[in-house]
Design a protein around this ligand. Structure first.
Ligand SMILES: C[S@@+](CC[C@H](N)C(=O)[O-])C[C@H]1O[C@@H](n2cnc3c(N)ncnc32)[C@H](O)[C@@H]1O
Length: 202
């Protein structure tokens, strides 16, 4: 199902957009995410689509030694790069897997961070029900991007066949996807700082 995409992301492991450490602009955008999440100390986080682990290492710092970041990626090359970046951090567990195949029953997470990956889930409804399953009651899901919907969809359209269909749903579509999942959308921001949806498990 993901063969083409795996190849695409494997080939792009050293691309600027996947490997460049975050600069000042990205850190400012991340402030909005972390400002909303509050203290993550000691928490268990899930990060599907971790890429080369740029956010993973920041999340690991936030949860500290008593927390855990479970990060996964369908691309073996990306997961390998994330492992190299996060070293042997005992508070990070890395898996090469699609979210859709990941045994979510093994964990209960405080927060789930879908950073620049949501459009790539082939079956978004299935992805949401899996995320719901492994989220604690009152836990939150963040769908977060450094760019807004029209920029996301434009980039994917121009990137080529493997991801050209991977669009971020517009707000009404997103609300339909979440309706009935047990994940209550608290807000959707789509502006100059990017895209940020926060939902809570009820
Ligand atoms: C645009 S990159 C973002 C990577 C990272 N989150 C970042 O912002 O640097 C999307 C990543 O999601 C991964 N991915 C795509 N579909 C996935 C899926 N169904 N399950 C897990 N990872 C997936 C890709 O391999 C790729 O590394």
């Amino acid at each position: 199902m993901y063969e083409k995409k795996i190849k695409y992301f494997d080939v792009n492991v050293d691309s600027r957009w996947s490997a460049m450490p975050y600069g000042r602009e990205e850190m400012i955008k991340l402030d909005r995410l972390f400002g909303h999440l509050g203290s993550l100390k000691g928490q268990k986080l899930l990060e599907p689509g971790c890429g080369t682990g740029r956010l993973t290492e920041i999340l690991a710092d936030h949860v500290g030694a008593d927390g855990l970041v479970v990060a996964l990626d369908i691309s073996p090359k990306m997961a390998e790069a994330a492992l190299a970046r996060t070293g042997m951090s005992p508070n990070v567990k890395l898996y090469t897997a699609a979210l859709e195949d990941f045994p979510v029953d093994n964990y209960m997470f405080d927060n789930i961070i879908c950073h620049q990956v949501f459009p790539h889930f082939e079956d978004k409804q299935k992805a949401l029900s899996l995320l719901y399953k492994c989220l604690k009651k009152g836990g939150r899901i963040a769908v977060f991007h450094f760019i807004n919907i029209s920029q996301i969809n434009d980039i994917h359209r121009k990137a080529g066949t493997a991801v050209e269909q991977d669009s971020m749903p517009e707000e009404s579509e997103m609300r339909k996807l979440f309706a009935g999942t047990g994940l209550d959308i608290k807000f959707i921001l789509n502006d100059d700082l990017g895209y940020f949806l926060s939902a809570e498990k009820i």
